[in-house]
Design a protein around this ligand. Structure first.
Ligand code: NAI
Ligand code: MG
Length: 354
């Protein structure tokens, strides 16, 4: 298969971790006879420096002309310490999601047997956790009308959802449940919010087209509690934008390190793959950041193009590295390996396994 991949490494540790993902994809291409071509483009703080724009038109065009996007991370403390900055790196990612219509954010979470002691949570509680969050990404309160009164005493943010927006991600989530453990949990606040009542009505109706899936409902406050109390009860979690944002950060605690968590953002025409972490500015250039989230995002990219054996090769290599403790300091404090060491191990392992 030939794939054109836009490479948006971004800021901080973004370039270091994405480089390992590219290395791993190159190994997969070599082993399985595929051709993956990468086109680099600027986004975030680096793009602001060069062009004044966190998402230059040229970058957007490269993304539109590619089959998929591999994204690193964006953000620079220079902007965080000055909230009055009108132009910020993060706008690059928000604009990209909106422009490319990336409506479904998919965040899988599994636990590795050799890592469960890394989590702050009890081993017996998190053992065997394996779920995926489907978060709606281009609507809801973040994209509603934001107002504040001239006297500075009142502010509002409005939340809107249409059935079309609910339907498209719901179908993706039900289909995911079909090839998993056949359970879908809709997380909402239908006891208080009109948008949540619409979600519940539509998802219930859509559920009738998937009779093999067990559909359950949870209010978001209870879901926040259940995630920590009994995470193994979940298979596919479907939710709207704001709830998904909060719950997926909460859920990352279960895995042991944020440096392990990958994501995919899917649209009608294209898809973007990125680690869930940010640009971790303190680690920039130190070769200590965990590249596994980026590498596992590359595996999700392969799954998206139905290259499932190839994706599995990556996951097996990742599991092996964890098992052998060939890991960066976040997972291995005593005898750690560098970002590039881990990437080299993974690509060598994939090629040796031929
Ligand atoms: P962050 O995710 O960059 O770092 C938080 C902490 O997580 C770090 O101090 C480190 O302990 C750990 N961490 C993150 N990535 C890691 C990795 N690969 N390996 C090992 N440990 C890792 O979040 P923070 O510090 O809140 O934000 C830094 C910048 O990143 C900000 O400018 C923020 O706006 C931006 N950001 C960008 C995101 C994106 O590009 N999608 C997402 C989140 C934040
Ligand atoms: Mg967030």
């Amino acid at each position: 298969m030939e794939l054109k991949i836009a490479l948006l490494s971004g800021d901080g540790i973004g370039p270091e971790v994405t480089q390992q993902a590219v290395k791993v994809l190159d190994a997969i291409a070599e082993k399985h006879g595929h051709t993956f071509t990468f086109t680099k483009a600027d986004v975030g703080a680096i793009a602001i420096e060069k062009t004044g724009n966190p998402l230059p038109n040229e970058t957007l065009e490269i993304c539109k002309n590619s089959d998929a996007i591999l994204f690193g991370a964006i953000g620079d403390p220079k902007y965080d310490n000055n909230p009055d900055n009108a132009i910020r790196p993060e706008q690059g990612l928000l604009k990209l999601r909106k422009n490319l219509g990336l409506f479904a954010n998919i965040r899988p979470l599994t636990t590795y047997p050799t890592l469960i002691h890394k989590s702050n949570l009890k081993k017996d509680v998190i053992k065997g956790t394996d779920f995926v969050i489907y978060r709606e990404l281009t609507s809801g309160i973040y994209f509603g009308e934001h107002t504040s009164s001239s006297d500075g005493k009142t502010a509002s943010d409005s939340c809107t959802y249409t059935t079309e927006q609910i339907d498209r991600i719901s179908h993706l989530a039900f289909k995911a449940a079909q090839v998993r453990r056949k359970k879908l949990t809709l997380v909402d606040k239908a006891n208080a919010l009109e948008t949540s009542r619409l979600w519940r009505k539509r998802v219930t109706e859509i559920g009738q087209q998937y009779p093999d899936i067990k559909l359950e409902y949870l209010f978001v406050d209870n879901a926040a509690m259940q995630l920590i109390l009994k995470p193994t009860q979940f298979d596919v979690i479907l939710t709207e934008n704001l709830f998904g944002d909060i719950l997926s950060d909460e859920a990352s605690v279960i895995a042991g390190s944020i440096g392990l968590l990958a994501s995919a953002s899917i649209g009608e025409k294209t898809a973007l793959f990125e680690p869930i972490h940010g640009s971790y500015p303190d680690a920039k250039g130190k070769n200590i950041a965990n590249p596994l989230a980026s590498v596992l995002s590359a595996a999700m990219l392969l799954d998206y193009f139905s290259l499932h054996d190839e994706a599995e090769d990556i996951r097996i290599a990742v599991e092996k590295s964890i098992e052998l403790n060939i890991s960066t300091p976040d997972l291995n404090s005593t005898n750690h390996f560098s970002t590039t060491n881990v990437g080299n191990f993974l690509s060598d392992f994939i090629l040796d396994d031929e």
